[in-house]
Write a protein that binds this ligand. Structure first.
Ligand code: PLP
Length: 388
């Protein structure tokens, strides 16, 4: 497999990201060619020469259905090499963690996605790695944990506390300490920030969320411009076997086509809802980096192209009132996950593994693309019910 994209398959250079989402990963323009890439259902591929991981050869090593999505993701993240699609975001997380040396030290945000934290905690309990959790918004505190570290895990904004990490400063500090930097860019998407540009070594995604965007597929991906790291990630994927299905990958690319439109819309609605929620008497606190009052606002403004469409609110009246809101909504869907076209609401502490520092009354709102006033009306009536 070659690392460069074939010239005939490429669209022009230097296109804006909202064009790339539409035009990348298309088949070469030959007469009667399909406009969309095919779904290739084959577990094996004809060949007789030497084979290594990453070559086509066998469906656990690669599949032509992965290529268009992997190329598109690389282009969006500004990577020099195609991305690598995995069976889920968590499979991508496990692959990235596998880059640690035996007994290595992993520095991770205390409010990382709970699944990522759980993987790290399990490996730490078995002595496979040493885990140091940090408040990722506290740059000095993170720096203090870097001596001796082998990997710094970045997530910004964090899930669901929406803390903002200083990506460039922390990446530079981690590299100075000899640590690899992995950035989970699920919340922001490459349209919001591109951690590779800040020097991160590996970027990963739960493609399940914004990239696929329709709550109909579980998928993950990693992207790196480092050839040696990429080779190890391919080996991990080939040997551990958490590979993407051809149709899931096709669906993800189809979702990416509308990513810019979906984000533009949901982000605008999130900004409006955050302002109104802030003024609502039934609410104790609103976390949204787009609010000027938010502790992460200035940082987010400096390093992101948009504040995203996740809001966290703390409802007055504690866990019970928060539960009432979730029970009372009729348009918002009470469900976990985020980044789909439909708006979702969830009390995060219903997950027994959610860190205890996440307030019991915290609701995470994933703002979708419905009409903003319909979303507000539904939320407002639910908040009224919770006030009794
Ligand atoms: C959902 C999520 C994951 C895990 O992805 P799956 O596709 O559910 O396996 C990882 N990181 C973040 C930030 C997420 O939101």
């Amino acid at each position: 497999m070659t690392d460069a994209f074939p010239a005939a398959d490429r669209h022009p250079e230097n296109l804006a990201p909202d064009t790339v989402v539409v035009s990348a990963g298309r088949p070469a323009r030959t007469h009667d060619a399909a406009v969309n890439p095919p779904v290739v259902l084959s577990s094996t591929f004809v060949g007789r020469g030497e084979v290594e991981h990453g070559d086509r050869a066998y469906g656990r090593y690669s599949n032509p259905s992965w290529d268009p999505f992997e190329e598109t993701l690389a282009e969006l993240e500004g990577a020099r090499l195609p991305g690598l699609v995995f069976a889920s975001g968590l499979a991508a997380v496990s692959a990235a963690i596998s880059l640690l040396p035996a007994g290595g030290v992993l520095v991770m945000p205390q409010h990382s996605y709970q699944g990522s934290l759980a993987v790290a905690e399990q490996l730490a309990a078995r002595g496979v790695l040493t885990l140091r959790t940090v408040d990722i918004a506290d740059t000095e505190a993170v720096k203090a944990q870097l001596p001796g570290a082998d990997m710094l895990w970045l997530e910004s904004p964090t899930n669901p506390m929406l803390e903002i990490a200083e990506l460039k400063v922390l990446t530079d500090a981690a590299h100075a300490a000899g640590a690899l930097v992995v950035a989970d860019n699920t919340f922001s998407t490459p349209l919001g920030q591109r951690p590779l540009e800040s020097g991160a070594d590996v970027v990963l995604h739960s493609v399940t969320k914004y990239l696929a965007g329709h709550s109909d597929v579980i998928l993950g991906a990693v992207v790196t411009s480092d050839e040696a790291l990429r080779k190890r990630l391919i080996e991990h994927r080939s040997l551990h076997g958490a590979i993407a299905g051809p149709f899931e990958t096709w669906l993800a690319l189809r979702g990416v086509r509308t990513l810019a439109l979906r984000i533009e819309r949901s982000q605008a609605t999130a900004a409006l809802l955050a302002e109104r929620l802030l003024a609502h008497p039934g609410i104790e606190a609103v976390r949204y980096p787009g609010l000027p009052q938010d502790p992460g606002h200035e940082r987010a403004k400096a390093q992101m192209d948009g504040f995203g469409s996740i809001i966290a609110i703390e409802v007055k009246g504690g866990e019970e009132a928060a539960g009432t809101v979730v029970d009372a909504v009729r348009l918002w869907v009470p469900a976990t996950s985020l980044g789909g076209v439909e708006s979702l609401i969830e009390r995060r502490r219903r997950h027994v593994n959610e860190p205890a520092s996440v307030p019991e009354n915290l609701l995470r709102l994933s703002v979708g693309i419905e009409n903003a006033e319909d979303l507000w009306a539904d939320l407002a009536q639910a908040l009224e019910k919770a006030r009794g």
